[in-house]
Design a protein. Structure first.
Length: 192
């Protein structure tokens, strides 16, 4: 039951994008179409989950025993960069169209603060290894949900009659703000 609450809380209450505001760059940059947001969500989910597992092990079995916790940021970024390179190579081979659609945002997963934030949050919250994986999956699902919902809303807004002054980025920012407020409403439903 604890793990289910952890996942639900990470998806809705503490959504990495909409309540912690980490990972905003791909959220605004790749969310104009549902297809690309699904692809980015899948890539980010893979990277967050695997990176959290590796950084947990790295931290508790290398950095802490050697008393070099000050190397967390550098070592975590190296792990994330290696994983992103792997995802980039796989996507280029498996789905060249998605690789082209994601463009510059794919290598930017390396500097996506949601990925690094997930690694640090699991250590900061002192989760077990299984708890860290569960939390990482929840964060990833929350990231994906926010991306896909936002992309769907943006696609519908493109079909409607938006005032000229609000077309493009302004309406996207207003929509993101309203979506964030909607997700904050879940805070009263799920206690963490």
């Amino acid at each position: 039951m604890e793990y289910i609450l952890l996942i639900v809380g990470a998806i809705f209450v503490n959504n990495i994008l909409l309540s912690q505001f980490l990972g905003i760059c791909p959220f605004l940059g790749v969310s104009s179409k549902v297809d690309t947001s699904l692809g980015m969500s899948g890539a980010v989910m893979f990277v967050i989950t695997i990176a959290t597992m590796i950084t947990y092990l790295l931290n508790y079995y290398l950095l802490v025993p050697l008393n070099i916790e000050f190397m967390q940021t550098i070592s975590f970024i190296l792990v994330i960069a290696a994983l992103v390179q792997m995802v980039e190579i796989i996507l280029k081979k498996i789905s060249p169209a998605l690789y082209q659609a994601l463009g510059i945002f794919l290598p930017l997963i390396t500097t996506n603060c949601a990925v690094l934030g997930a690694a640090f949050l699991t250590i900061q919250k002192n989760y077990s290894f299984l708890g860290s994986i569960t939390y990482a999956v929840g964060i990833s699902l929350g990231f994906g949900l926010a991306m896909v919902v936002f992309a769907g809303i943006r696609e519908q807004l493109d079909l409607g009659k938006t005032p000229v002054a609000f077309k493009g980025v302004p309406i996207a920012l207003v929509t993101a703000g309203i979506l964030a407020m909607a997700f904050m409403g879940f805070a009263g439903v799920v206690k963490m």
